[in-house]
Write a protein that binds this ligand. Sequence first.
Ligand SMILES: N=c1c2ncn([C@@H]3O[C@H](COP(=O)(O)OP(=O)(O)OP(=O)(O)O)[C@@H](O)[C@H]3O)c2ncn1[C@@H]1O[C@H](COP(=O)(O)O)[C@@H](O)[C@H]1O
Length: 105
Amino acid sequence: MDVLDRLAEILEQRKSEAPEKSYAASLYAKGLDTILKKIGEEATETVIAAKDGERDKIVYEMADLWFHCCVLLAQQGLGPDDVLRELARRFGMSGLEEKASRKPG
Ligand SMILES: N=c1c2ncn([C@@H]3O[C@H](COP(=O)(O)OP(=O)(O)OP(=O)(O)O)[C@@H](O)[C@H]3O)c2ncn1[C@@H]1O[C@H](COP(=O)(O)O)[C@@H](O)[C@H]1O
């Protein structure tokens, strides 16, 4: 199982957690506007890191951005696989081939 699959699984589990116990659960409880605001903030922080040429910070901020995008996908009943399938489709790879290409070995 890769990182995005595992994160998606954890984010699904967090839907039944108490908001005080989990950051993801607190985002679900606050709702769509809060999740979208976080995505906007993290995207901006990523842009600033790139403009400043801070490679470590680009990675850190983009991880925050991807995390919040995964929260949005989960909140919408979607997951990383839906996006990866669309990316794969754009260069002619089937969903099954895309999944197989991500498996180690
Ligand atoms: N991958 C993440 C993850 N990435 C980012 N974040 C949180 O996203 C928030 C980012 O918002 P901010 O930028 O405002 O935070 P900040 O502390 O000011 O940081 P910077 O401004 O310096 O970037 C922080 O609170 C981070 O802790 C994450 N919180 C949780 N996870 C994972 O998600 C899973 C579920 O987490 P919980 O719901 O907390 O159990 C766990 O497996 C965690 O490892």
